[in-house]
Design a protein around this ligand. Sequence first.
Ligand code: FES
Length: 86
Amino acid sequence: MVEISVCIGTSCHVNGSYNVVQTFQQMIEEYSLHDKVDFKAYFCMKECQKNGVSVSVDGTTYRIETVEAGLFFKETILKRVIVNQS
Ligand code: FES
C-alpha cells in the first residue's frame, strides 16, 4: 500500500491543491488503484514557503506544480505501486 497525502492547507490550496487532488483521484480510478494506495488530505506539511503544492508519498515530501500532477503521479506514485507488487 502506497501512502499518499496532498496538503490542503491554505498556502497549498491557493497554489492549486484541489486540482492535484482531482488529478490523483482520476488516475487512481483510471489505473484501478483503490486497493493499492491510501490517499488522504493533510493540513499543512510545514513547507508553505515554497512554490507549488506539498505531496507526501510514503513519508517523503515533494512540492509539485498543478500542471505536473499527472506526470508526478505516473513517475513517482505509479512506479512505487509497481515496485511494491513485484
Ligand atoms: S499549507 Fe501546504 S505545506 Fe503549509
